[in-house]
Write a protein that binds this ligand. Structure first.
Ligand code: MIG
Length: 659
């Protein structure tokens, strides 16, 4: 059962698509005080799941989180906010229920941080809608929630192929070289990403014709090899005379305004920019139409960046900072002045005060950005989704964003942002998956190999052995870091085998993805969701159930030659060096040490289950989704969901068969 409770005058977020009448009774479970604090007494054994993208464990208990979408390059254990605001929590314990705090501004979730046995949730203003969901099981609660927020985005099948990206590819030739080297190494690939350097002076919907003389021809050349180019689009629009997006936006009042009514100016990669007012339906439609500039050149996939929106600095804060610095440096600079100076400089980027300086036009009323901040990224994605349905009505376009709010899951996927080439970030990404799924985000994954910092070959191999299970499977790295395309390493054989295994698993992964999307279910679940009576299962933080047949338990420590794994039931261990070279072993329920050499992928098939396994192919277009063998327990059937992988009309293209 779902009940809706309205406090004050909430700003409509469009997270929930189902019409619901507010409940007549007062809010259960929580007490609400005059400051708008929602308090819940946590029992000793209560587990708190949820908060989507937020990091720090599958069980969120014991920390304080802040919903404030933010370009946070440091996914450290003590981070309080990343790029998304996903205010759904699920409490399991003395009482089991779900709660969604639908609020567009800043919100804090103190989940036993100040006081271990107390959860306190507070919005910046007490103008919000709270949904309380009760049900038989955790899965049932999640499903009810997902039903009110609408069906998750389903990408084209080719989006399940492997993608290579790097911030630093500059020219058509750079991209061609990546494609050639993957072919030469015999490693399958479906997409190569274009980061900001393909644009002319970082202007959205432009192409630098010195670097890419003919994008249309080049994208055809790549498509002939089965490779899709996926360009980036940033939120900020460069202020530059004669640039159509800038001029039209100014003329039509489609940009966010400052307090004086002028177009608000921030600085990001293009230099001085205006931010499209994605909260205006007309501005969304206008910006969305611009994607046709690229679709007309054969582009069928995009990623949206910097849409928190990220702001490096605003001009007045920069001027004030410079003036302060001048004062500080005019005399002999002492140590206090030195720290004041470095603090001020570091405080320019993403300064929270800058978000009070601009406004959205909502039906003629000016709404301060900070009050609706967390909706910006979602509405940028929505702008593209709605337009692309008109531009390319017959086919699905690959689309994922950095920033999001619940509701954005209907329009596209998200990637997990700027992680680092750290061992701990394999586990961190995996721990984000269940809560992202609860919030509707099924098409997701992290920068495989790590974005920031220098990677190593063994890290890449272990990382692939985790990421090859995630729907979005992309290797991406920051400018200036060690190159990490798979052909850069000595053991190209082993990395290549991992990619081939991924392709063999695509029929299964895609089928489980479709089931999760079409039935409002989770693709990645904590163990206890399927083994509710198992006290050990509820503590497991480094294994997940994948679909209904698999359990993954990746290795995330350097030099480890194996790991401990907990089996909540008898399962079949699969140890795979390649699609042809593997062995299986049935292990009883309980704790096991499982050895896995660096070039061995280990995963588990659940008791009396089997999965379809394809013959690996160079890319998804070559993949035979029907010539499948079964992997797992003998004489077990599997219900396969498959479609043509591209039509937008899911209901008509879906085929379900028993294998
Ligand atoms: O300020 O476009 O998260 O994936 O490579 C950095 C350059 C801007 C941040 C994205 C990252 C991308 C990078 N961008």
């Amino acid at each position: 059962m779902i009940q809706k409770y309205v406090f004050g005058t909430p700003f409509p977020t469009d997270a929930v698509v189902m019409n619901m009448e507010p409940a007549k009774d007062s809010l259960p479970f929580f007490t609400v005080d005059e400051q708008g604090r929602f308090t819940y007494a946590l029992a000793e054994d209560d587990i708190v799941y949820g908060l989507g993208e937020q990091i720090r464990g599958i069980n969120k208990r014991g920390w304080q989180y802040v919903s404030w979408n933010y370009d946070n390059p440091n996914h450290h254990e003590d981070a309080r906010s990343l790029y998304g605001a996903h205010n759904f929590i699920l409490i399991r314990g003395a009482v089991t229920f779900g709660a969604f705090f639908d609020y567009a501004g800043k919100m804090t979730f103190d989940i036993g941080y100040t006081n271990r046995s107390q959860m306190t949730i507070q919005a910046a203003k007490n103008d919000l809608v709270v949904y309380i969901i009760t049900g038989e099981t955790e899965k049932d609660i999640v499903k009810q929630f997902r039903q009110i927020i609408g069906r998750s985005y389903i990408p084209p099948l080719w989006a399940f192929g492997y993608g290579q990206s790097r911030w630093g590819y500059k020219t058509e030739q750079d991209i061609r070289t990546v494609a050639e080297k993957y072919k030469a190494a015999g490693i399958p690939i479906d997409s190569i990403y274009l980061d900001i350097d393909y644009m002319e002076r970082y202007k959205d919907f432009t192409v630098d014709t010195e670097r890419f003389p003919n994008l249309k021809k080049f994208s055809e050349e790549m498509q002939a090899q089965g490779i899709h180019l996926v360009p980036i689009i940033d939120a900020g629009v460069k202020i530059e005379k004669d640039y159509d997006v800038y001029e039209e936006g100014v003329e039509k009042n489609y940009f966010c305004k400052n307090a004086e009514g002028g177009d608000f100016v921030g600085a990001v990669w293009p230099g001085r920019v205006h931010f499209p007012d994605f909260l205006q339906p007309e501005a969304r439609a206008w910006f969305g139409k611009k994607y046709s500039v690229l679709t007309e050149q054969g582009i069928d996939g995009f990623w949206n960046d910097m849409n928190e929106p990220a702001i490096f600095y605003t001009e007045d804060r920069l001027a004030n900072t410079c003036a302060e610095i001048e004062k500080l440096t005019s005399g002999n600079m002492g140590i206090n002045e030195y720290f004041a100076f470095t603090g001020m400089v570091a405080g320019l980027n993403g300064n929270i005060g800058d978000y009070d300086k601009f406004y959205h036009n909502v039906d003629g009323k000016m709404v301060k950005h900070s009050e609706v901040h967390n909706l910006y990224g979602m509405n940028m994605t929505r702008s593209a989704f709605e337009a692309l349905q008109k531009i390319s009505p017959d086919k699905r376009t690959l689309f994922f964003s950095r920033s999001s709010y619940i509701g954005a899951h209907r329009y596209g996927g998200i990637w997990q942002g700027d992680n680092k080439s750290w061992w701990s970030h394999i586990l961190q990404s995996m721990q984000q998956l269940p809560a992202l799924n609860m919030a509707g985000f099924l098409f997701t994954g992290c920068d495989t190999g790590g974005f920031g910092c220098d990677t190593t070959e063994d890290l890449v191999l272990r990382w692939l052995q985790y990421s090859l299970f995630t729907p979005l499977f992309r290797n991406h790295a920051a400018d200036g870091t060690r190159e990490q395309e798979l052909y850069q390493f000595e053991n190209v054989q082993a990395t290549g085998e991992m990619i081939r295994i991924r392709y063999s698993l695509i029929p299964y992964l895609y089928s489980e993805f479709l089931k999760a999307a079409l039935h409002d279910e989770m693709m990645f679940k904590p163990l206890v969701f399927d083994f509710p009576e198992d006290d050990m299962a509820k503590q497991v933080e480094d294994q997940l159930l994948l679909g209904n047949e698999l359990m993954i338990a990746p290795i995330y420590k350097q030099n480890a030659q194996g790991r401990y794994v907990y089996l909540p039931e008898e399962m079949m261990l699969v140890r795979m060096r390649s699609c042809e070279d593997y062995e299986t072993e049935v292990l009883p329920k309980g704790h096991h040490y499982v050895a896995a050499a660096l070039d061995e992928l280990v995963f588990f098939i659940r008791n009396q289950k089997a999965i379809p396994f394809a013959k690996a192919a160079e890319n998804t277009a070559e993949l035979d989704m029907h010539a499948l063998t079964m992997l797992g327990y003998p004489d077990c059937s599997y219900e396969l969901y498959v479609d043509d992988g591209i039509s937008s009309d899911m209901e008509n293209s879906l085929k379900v068969s028993m294998l």
